[in-house]
Design a protein around this ligand. Sequence first.
Ligand SMILES: *[C@@H]1O[C@H](CO)[C@@H](O)[C@H](O)[C@H]1NC(C)=O
Ligand SMILES: *[C@@H]1O[C@H](CO)[C@@H](O)[C@H](O)[C@H]1NC(C)=O
Ligand SMILES: *[C@@H]1O[C@H](CO)[C@@H](O)[C@H](O)[C@H]1NC(C)=O
Length: 448
Amino acid sequence: MEFRAAIVIVFLSCLSCAVCYDYKTVLQKSLLFYEAQRSGKLPADQKVKWRADSALNDKGRNGEDLTGGYYDAGDYVKFGFPMAFTATVLSWNILDHEKAYTKAGVLEDGRKAIKWATDYLIKCHVGDNQLYGQVGLGQLDHDSWTRPEDMTMERPAFMINASAPGTDLAGETAAAMAAASLVFKSVNATYSALLLKHARQLFDFANNYRGKYSDAITDANTFYPSSNYPDELAWGAAWMYRATGEKKYMSVVDEIYPTIQYWDGFSWDDKKGGLDLLLATLTGQSTYLDKLKSYCDYQFTKTTKTPKGLIYYSDSANLRSVNNLLLICLEAAERGINADSYRKEAKKQIDYMLGDSGFSYVVGIGNNYPTHAHHRSSSCPDHPAECGWSFFNSDLKNYHMVEGAIVGGPGANDSYIDTRKDAPHNEVACDFNAAFQSCIAILVELGY
Ligand SMILES: *[C@@H]1O[C@H](CO)[C@@H](O)[C@H](O)[C@H]1NC(C)=O
Ligand SMILES: *[C@@H]1O[C@H](CO)[C@@H](O)[C@H](O)[C@H]1NC(C)=O
Ligand SMILES: *[C@@H]1O[C@H](CO)[C@@H](O)[C@H](O)[C@H]1NC(C)=O
């Protein structure tokens, strides 16, 4: 009997998985991923040593310095729209869950990850109504498989302006800067004020000249086409209100909100879920929470799941969509909506990603993780060895590890093949990690 009891206890403690995943380590490694994505001149304290300076010649049409920022994904284009979204999400997360970053010993690194984006976004904002939104050409960039340090293709820069506006891009960039200004308020008041100054100008630009950025920057249409802009205008306005307390920004929310009342999605293209969370806190009104509850209840109970229990939206980058959902519902839980059940389901989904299905979809986490991520810079052997398409097509493992990056993830039947050739399931991207890291930080803060 005693023997049997011992087995039961071992079995139970394994099920409750108190020590299965070290979320603090995952948080640390996610920040290493952002280091690996850095473009421009790298600082002396760079921890990811297999990267070096790159794209030092990135310039605007009039020679403006556009070095810095993040490479988008497995490629080297700097797409401003998802980059700004990444900066907003990371800022929001540190702002509201600073304790998690402190607990994991990465508060400084977390702030640096934001600043790497916002320093670049400041450079892109070259005039009150002029914002560069892309450096590099999608197809030309994707045609080559090389190290970022060695690339030679043309990297033109594209902007939005008064005659070719982009309310979504300017609104999201204003949101990023407003959120970051709050993060840096207690760290460096000068930098915080600079961010807020740019945020104010960019928000006015977004509001006064309305249009879709991907109509102005047409190369982005193939990669990050914006479906519409009112959500970013309202999201930007809500962040401006949070950063300044000025009522004029809430008037813009009031003007726009009735036109975007439908479904609460959240992604680089859809800000409604995040907006409702922000408004729930800023206004104290329950309508926003009611909407979020319907959304999360539906998604958690009605969405298709894989046989092993992963929420399944689509065959391409499914984990991105799942993490975006989990972030919204973990934040809803923070506001008292079905807290226990949402947190339990979110932990289950996250644990699937970290290894419960028998495979970890996060590079460098666990014992069995992607070694062939669709990611140019980590795949290529060190200079002067050849990289190129023959390396891409080979079965050789990626030469370096892009630690902390989450890949697109499995297909409908938990199926997954670890090959560079499968971008829909095996690519990594800055925006994937933004929501993923944010969920992890919330789990750390909860003490899970
Ligand atoms: C405004 O932006 C559009 C689209 O990027 C560009 O074609 C145009 O030349 C820009 N106008 C000015 C004055 O820079
Ligand atoms: C604070 O930010 C300003 C503006 O970016 C910068 O010039 C200054 O060096 C920063 N100060 C510190 C102590 O980092
Ligand atoms: C998943 O499995 C089901 C049942 O075995 C099968 O009908 C379906 O075609 C599979 N889907 C994929 C994408 O493999």
